[in-house]
Design a protein around this ligand. Structure first.
Ligand code: HEC
Ligand code: HEC
Length: 293
């Protein structure tokens, strides 16, 4: 190879690497716009329930106190084990020292205050569709919760998944704030879509993932292997699901299936949260699920 050609190839290689590097850079939202939002803690408590933050961040073995968000719950995956961090108001071990803008950028963009990417085991992949005002309300509410000084544990992932910068490429491919179910939605269906696709992240559990761990939107809500390794998470859309709108809303409110089975598995936490919302919210989710099929 001539020296010129080597030089050219080298320059090309550098350009590609540089391109990938800049493509993988975190893309936070404008901090001054986020800082200007005025949050309401009362409204935020409903966002907290709808978004299910406590289901993942409460301390294992301390379920009696769902307001202690000291983390520690483990989530097995084919990439390694993710461990929910402490998001209590402790200034050192939790998020007590975070600004509203830092908080919203973490939840809606998966970017940490020091500019690193979070793993999508933290479902910002859904929360990206949220209304920033709801996130400001959520921040105001979470800042009223107790502090706990339990240190967060590092994620247990092997190479190359332990390199956070690589997540920037994953985000460039898969992170999107587009709605999945589109078309002419009624006001109720649109509210249900907001709750389901943005806050309550139904699809994160009920939709199959591709080899890179991203949701397969072509099989939206059609069921998925259970990440615990045991059994499947049922379909709530597609030919395998024959519940009525009434059945779905009643299940989210009471935890009973139409056959009088009691809700179990990770869905038990979802129901425990959602049943504290207004019944209209559950009806809206049910209307959306019917629409999604
Ligand atoms: C499905 C489980 C799950 C849910 C639901 C969830 N999280 Fe998390 N969260 C995680 C995991 C796992 C991480 C660690 C991600 C990482 O280290 O890359 C995390 C990280 C975070 C962080 C970063 C903490 C730090 O120390 O840097 C914040 C803040 C956070 N979550 C807040 C929330 C809020 C607010 C909600 C609800 C809107 C929420 N989470 C819902 C699993 C979850
Ligand atoms: C954290 C994971 C997770 C999330 C988030 C989740 N689900 Fe589920 N869901 C499950 C699991 C697991 C089951 C099976 C429950 C059981 O075995 O009793 C289930 C069961 C159901 C069922 C009963 C289906 C059947 O055939 O038995 C419905 C309906 C349902 N979910 C709707 C929803 C809706 C609507 C949302 C969003 C508002 C949602 N789920 C969010 C995990 C989840």
């Amino acid at each position: 190879m001539s020296a010129r050609r080597t030089l050219l190839l080298g320059a090309l290689g550098l350009a590609v690497a540089g391109g990938l590097w800049s493509l993988s850079a975190p893309r936070p939202m404008d901090a001054s716009a986020l800082a200007a939002l005025d949050g309401d803690a009362r409204a935020g408590s409903a966002v907290f329930l709808a978004a299910g933050c406590g289901s993942c961040h409460k301390a294992p073995g301390r379920e009696a106190d769902p307001e202690i968000l000291s983390g520690g719950r483990e989530f097995a995956s084919e990439f390694g084990t993710f461990i929910a961090p402490n998001i209590s108001t402790d200034p050192e071990h939790g998020i007590g020292g975070w600004s509203q803008a830092e908080f919203i950028n973490a939840v809606m963009r998966g970017v940490s205050p020091d500019g690193r990417h979070y793993y999508p085991a933290f479902p910002y992949t859904s929360y990206i569709r949220a209304d920033p005002q709801d996130m400001a309300d959520l921040y105001a509410y979470m800042m009223t919760l107790p502090a706990d000084a339990t240190p967060s544990r590092p994620q247990e992932l092997g190479f190359p998944f332990n390199i956070r910068r690589g997540l920037g490429l994953w985000k460039a491919l898969f992170l999107s704030d587009d709605w999945v179910v589109t078309g002419d939605l009624t006001e109720q269906e649109a509210r249900g879509r907001y709750l389901s696709e943005a806050l309550s992240h139904c699809a994160e559990c009920h939709t199959q993932r591709n080899a890179l761990g991203a949701l397969d939107t072509g099989r939206w809500l059609e069921g998925a292997p259970n990440p615990s390794g045991r059994g499947r998470i049922p379909a709530i859309a597609g030919p395998d699901f024959d519940w009525t709108e009434f059945d779905i809303s009643a299940y989210l409110e009471s935890g009973f299936t139409p056959d009088f089975d009691v809700v179990g598995g990770t869905m038990a936490d979802v129901v425990a949260n959602l049943q504290q919302l207004d019944k209209e919210e559950l009806d809206a989710i049910a209307a959306y699920v019917m629409r999604a099929r």
